[in-house]
Design a protein around this ligand. Structure first.
Ligand code: GLC
Length: 753
């Protein structure tokens, strides 16, 4: 079940070497076409000639992004297209609808400028893959590149040429529902997935690709209280160290567009933030692509209280660097008057139009507006068998084994009766996750079906929901308990409904909704061994389950192949290899809680006067990087290439990992770094490398992880990024709290000088 390895991926991931050097020019390794200024695109003369012929209304039309109505363009909006007053649609998809809209633009408008056709292809178009948080649990960026590549092919066949993905928001607060859409809490892991998905979606932007959008710029996941859209206020150091790296990497990987976030940062909404969009994104990072607002975020500058009218909002956003106004029509309807009144320079409008036309040129739309989309192409590619197999392979890799007392798992073939229980075991809708594009519930293999197909003849699989996901009724407990009592093992699938995470879906608790925990207690009381399968879009704080359920699988939302993926792991066809990309708290009261925290002057300890809670340990329920296997791995023989290095040197770290068990399995070897003394407070640990290592039973292998200077650097007191002299520690192990420890020195000047 090996996932396809993408040849170009290592080069892309090499982009990370310059990950944290914002003030230096990006290295030459950055993909050429990503940075080609608009004046160098082959269609530059075409763009210049179009610009020269456009009326002001047509120019502002190019900056106008309009939503479709149930996947087609509304008649009134097609009339606007004929007038040259729409630059693109979002959520118009399907070869028929997209060809219609494109034909109107190309054949029935004065200048025949083709449309951008955007859609939220977040983790699949029709074939829905595991949600991004689940995909991040694979710690396999090549898997993310492969699913993005496949999703782009399906979407392009349906006429989509732009996706609003990857979402790369770092999330340290699981109350925030959109934690489901990102890659978790770590900037290094998140950056690798950002680069992989950008390359998967875009490749060389030929046929079967879509322009990617890295979103939501920026720090959207830092919303106070974990409440979506809420205020964000953090230091530039935290912004640059934690929230910006995945965006920076996406820009280096050549992402075609950036979407601004709804939130403010320290008093300035991202959609009106010239420092963010022009000074940093375009100036410091050299981004040459298109900036699009989030849905009506331009008009919402009035709600933020920084604009007194829609016209003022439009002017603010355009001057800050927002090229396209999604769905608020503020640009279209209010800016012509401002330009004519001399309150907004037309040159500013021209710059934005040039970038929109540049994006269309990069997609080749002027040469071929339809890019091969057709109903036949769509029918041929959607849900192809190989695509389903990829979905299954990634689902298997995404599953995290949180607990497995007395090796209850994997389930062996000697089972006669399995009780499959819980409100999510037979759900077809929820496994698609909160943001599932053109995915359909009918395509989903449920957990129940996956187990039924896997159990052999002469066995029986009995099902009872036991309760609803969020209801209060316990009337169904008796039937579930009866089945559990009569079974050899009970597989209990509990968690959240898909709509309990995603956008505008923040929760104030991290408990199992409804009476699900009571169901777990009732089933557990039967004495039948219970395997708890969690299906959820965020970490859930389940201390009772962690103590009483003998085995716990975190499956997140795994997409169309949920049932097959879960069965492959449950019955041991594959040993689970997933690792947590987010910290799992003991209680919502601990939030925010994350592994790369600072030590404080009074770290948690047994003495009274230390940073702790009176009623709860300060440690998480399950730490970042946690995940068990059906075998055991031994770490030995940690070697560092040097005990002392200069600030520009690279450190090679080697370790031997041995599979000491009887099953083949994959370990994700993790390398963490700690600076002992810095000019600013250092994180107690920082993920600085990892490697997937497949080992046969008894096999031992040495693996090498490389620490480049850019990964060692920090933002000093004056915010200059530099590698600081002093003592550093490395930790190499299976998660963020265990591992072998090594130590090295960095001297101010190269050793031997
Ligand atoms: C939504 C989301 C954004 C999405 C956009 C278009 O509000 O915030 O992620 O891409 O609108 O659907």
């Amino acid at each position: 079940m090996a996932l396809p390895r993408i040849a170009w991926l290592p080069a892309v991931l090499g982009l990370l070497t310059g990950l944290d050097t914002p003030r230096s020019h990006p290295p030459a390794t950055r993909r050429a076409h990503a940075t080609r200024p608009a004046t160098q695109v082959p269609e530059a003369r075409l763009i210049d000639s179009l610009l020269a012929r456009m009326t002001l209304e047509e120019k502002l039309g190019q900056l106008n992004l309009v939503a479709g109505v149930s996947d087609t363009a509304a008649t009134a909006d097609l009339a606007l297209v004929r007038q040259g007053r729409v630059g693109g649609f979002l959520s118009v998809f399907g070869a028929g609808a997209t060809r219609t809209a494109q034909r109107v633009a190309v054949e029935q408008s004065r200048l025949g400028i083709p449309l951008l056709l955007g859609y939220d292809v977040i983790h699949g178009f029709r074939t829905i893959f595991p949600i991004p948080l689940a995909e991040a649990s694979t710690w396999d960026p090549a898997a993310a590149a492969a699913t993005a590549r496949t999703a782009a092919r399906e979407a392009a066949a349906a006429g989509v040429n732009w996706t609003f993905a990857p979402m790369v928001d770092i999330a340290r607060d699981p109350r925030w529902g959109r934690i489901a859409e990102g890659s978790g809490e770590d900037p290094y892991l998140g950056s690798l997935f950002a680069a992989a998905r950008v390359q998967g979606f875009q490749a060389e932007l030929g046929s079967g690709t879509v322009l990617a959008t890295v979103k939501h710029f920026a720090a959207y996941g830092a919303a106070e209280g974990g409440r979506d859209y809420n205020t964000v206020d953090l230091s530039e150091r935290t912004l640059r160290e934690i929230y910006l790296p995945p965006f920076r990497t996406a820009v280096r990987a050549g992402v075609g567009s950036v979407m601004t976030s709804f939130n403010e940062i320290g008093g300035i909404p991202s959609t009106a933030n010239g420092w963010l969009l022009t000074n940093l994104l375009r100036g410091e990072w050299g981004f040459r692509g298109l900036v699009v607002s989030d849905w009506t975020a331009v008009a919402e500058l009035e709600q933020h209280g920084v604009a007194g009218s829609r016209a003022a909002a439009g002017a603010l956003a355009l001057e800050a660097g927002v090229d396209m106004d999604m769905q608020s029509r503020s640009y279209l309807e209010t800016l012509p008057a401002l330009v004519r009144a001399g309150r907004l320079r037309e040159a500013m409008v021209d710059e934005a139009v040039r970038r929109v036309l540049g994006a269309k040129a990069r997609l080749g739309l002027f040469a071929d507006p339809y890019r091969g989309a057709s109903p036949d192409a769509e029918r041929a590619i959607l849900l192809a068998p190989a695509t389903r197999q990829l979905a299954r392979d990634v689902a298997v890799e995404a599953i995290v084994l949180l607990k497995n007392d007395r090796d209850l798992l994997p389930l062996t073939g000697k089972l006669r009766t399995v009780a499959v229980l819980g409100p999510l075991a037979e759900s077809k809708e929820d496994p698609l996750g909160p943001w599932h594009g053109a995915g359909r519930a009918q395509d989903v293999v449920t957990v129940l079906r996956g187990i039924q197909e896997r159990m052999g003849p002469g066995t029986s699989v009995r099902y009872a929901a036991g309760c609803d996901i969020a209801g209060t009724s316990t009337a169904g407990f008796a039937a579930a308990v009866a089945l559990a009592r009569a079974a050899d093992v009970a597989v209990l699938v509990l968690g959240e409904a898909a709509e309990m995470s995603g956008e505008a879906a923040s929760r104030s608790t991290l408990d199992l909704p409804g009476v699900q925990e009571q169901l777990l207690e009732a089933v557990g009381a039967t004495g039948t061994p219970v395997v708890l399968g969690l299906m959820n879009g965020r970490p859930l704080a389940l201390p009772w389950a962690a103590e009483h359920a003998p085995a716990i699988l975190e499956t997140w939302f795994l997409g169309v192949e949920t049932g097959h993926g879960v069965a492959d792991v449950l019955f041991g066809d594959v040993s689970p290899s997933g690792k947590l990309p987010v910290t799992v708290p003991r209680s919502v009261g601990q939030v925010p809680i994350y592994y790369n925290h600072k030590n404080s002057g009074r770290p948690p300890g047994s003495e009274k006067w230390t940073s702790k809670y009176l009623d709860l340990p300060a440690t998480p329920l399950y730490p970042f990087g946690w995940g068990l296997s059906y075998t055991r791995f031994r770490y030995s023989n940690l070697r560092l290439s040097a005990a002392r290095l200069g600030p520009a040197d690279t450190l090679r770290v080697q370790v031997t990992v041995t599979n000491t068990g009887a099953r083949a399995a994959t370990e994700i070897v993790q390398l963490y770094l700690r600076q002992d003394v810095g000019s600013v407070t250092p994180a107690v640990r920082r993920l600085a490398g990892f490697r997937r290592l497949a080992l046969a039973p008894g096999e031992g292998r040495s693996v090498e992880l490389v620490l480049a200077p850019e990964q060692l650097g920090v933002y000093g007191r004056d915010m200059t990024f530099a590698v600081e002299p002093g003592t550093y520690h490395v930790f190499v192990g299976p998660n963020s709290v265990e591992g072998l420890e090594g130590r090295f020195e960095i001297s101010a000047t190269p050793p031997g000088d």
